[in-house]
Design a protein around this ligand. Sequence first.
Ligand code: M6R
Length: 366
Amino acid sequence: EKGGYDHFMLKEIYEQPSAIEDTYRGRMLVKEGIIKMSGIDDHLERFLNANRIIIVACGTSWHAGLVAEYIFEDLARIPVEVEYASEFRYRNPVIGKGDVLIAISQSGETADTMAAIKLAKENGAFVFGVCNVVGSSISRITDAGAYTHAGPEIGVASTKAFTTQITLLTLIALKLGKEKGSISKSDFYLYLQEMDLIPSKIEKALEANKHIIEVANHYKNSRNCLYLGRGYNFPVALEGALKLKEISYIHAEGYPAAEMKHGPIALIDEEMPVVVIATRKGHYEKVVSNVQEIKSRKGKIIAIVTEGDEQVSKVADHVIEVPDTFEALTPLLTTIPLQLLSYHIAVMLGKNVDQPRNLAKSVTVE
Ligand code: M6R
């Protein structure tokens, strides 16, 4: 059942190329140059006329929501707010007719996300669900939705659910962007073509596995770890840190790279590994200077870079390459090495990777 892999988590990491294909198959028609999604097509006006989109979710799904915020604002020019479902439901939010709420949930059973949906509906908002589990509670109580089609995710640590959520939300943003004219037709086609290359680029990113095992071996005894990223890769930093803490029990924090100098830089010394996402697209020069700041304080740098990178590679202690892609699609690639890194560290520490202590696959209580 684990398909020859030692753990479900590893199997699910390796399933990402095909899972992502399953997400866009039949929806993204590259030759025709269209995106077909009945859940959006049937309610197009709601989305196009939305005052704003509010995304609610928990954990990893919340991180996918943060990536979506960048993509929606960038491509579709619709204002987006991303909220923890648990906070949204208890803070008397200003929401009503004309707002669209997108709820993201792998399991479709998360109690806080369900409660947020109910609250939004009571206030007249239109609710769209992004779920993986077909027929789940959330998919039944939403006004419309789309499934990620990632297949069953058994490992408690979410992996393929995350990248397929991002894929699906990117398709929605592209579709809305095209309808609104906020993205040109030619750029839209280029995005479809590039999205179609993502599965093979993930295959490529997975080839770093052996090298990542060596990196994991170096840092497995660390007490803390910092993850930094900017722009589209800031949520990836948060996700990398969550993955590490949840399965290896090493304390980890994700930060927007530029926030470092507002506090966390005080933590940096030779004992502190810092994982920096420094792909060539998107604030590259700024991240390079953040990397230098860490280096001058003797921090240990593990950099996720674009293939062929020279600048960061000169300074970093370890470099993990991912293929080049459009900036908006980089999270789909940069996430991969971070998943593998936490997986290998947890295995080396002898932790129960698929069922970490104190955690359940779906959190059906608040
Ligand atoms: O099923 P959901 O997507 O609603 O679950 C949300 C979180 O409980 C979940 O992502 C959790 O954070 C994972 N264990 C993270 O790997």
